[in-house]
Design a protein around this ligand. Structure first.
Ligand SMILES: Cc1ncccc1N[C@@H](C)c1ccc2c(c1)OCCO2
Length: 116
């Protein structure tokens, strides 16, 4: 039989994987600093230093409201969470360490799930 062309991934199946990945991030024991938006009034300097705040709750809202057209936009927002964390927090701080652990976990899982 002639093999059919490799079926392109439909956007919704791409986004289904993003929902699975986000659920795993939210369930991770080191997710606590990233579960909701940083309160800009209660963290001195955050608003000035971090130009594009991002967190897992906001990402979930964007997924639910179909604001991600593809996996790439989702991955950009997740990496923004970790880049903001590294920019604002010392590597040896509680939050800094949580951020490094979460980034390592994410990089591993999306490689396994998305790089099929
Ligand atoms: C990711 C991040 N980077 C820099 C600062 C804060 C945060 N997270 C907030 C939720 C946060 C995390 C931990 C906290 C906190 C707020 O305020 C009270 C003390 O403990």
């Amino acid at each position: 039989l002639v093999s059919c062309a490799k079926r392109a991934k439909t956007p919704n199946s791409e986004l289904a994987v993003c929902r699975v990945l986000l659920a795993e991030l939210e369930a991770h024991q080191d997710a606590w600093p990233f579960l909701s938006p940083v309160k800009l009034k209660s963290v001195p300097g955050y608003r000035k230093v971090i130009k594009k705040p991002m967190d897992f709750f906001t990402i979930k809202e964007k997924l639910i409201n179909n604001m991600y057209l593809n996996q790439e936009n989702f991955i950009i927002d997740v990496n923004l969470v970790f880049d903001n964390c590294q920019k604002f927090n010392e590597d040896d701080s509680e939050i800094g360490q949580a951020g490094h652990r979460m980034k390592r976990f994410f990089d591993k899982r999306w490689t396994e799930l998305l790089r099929k």
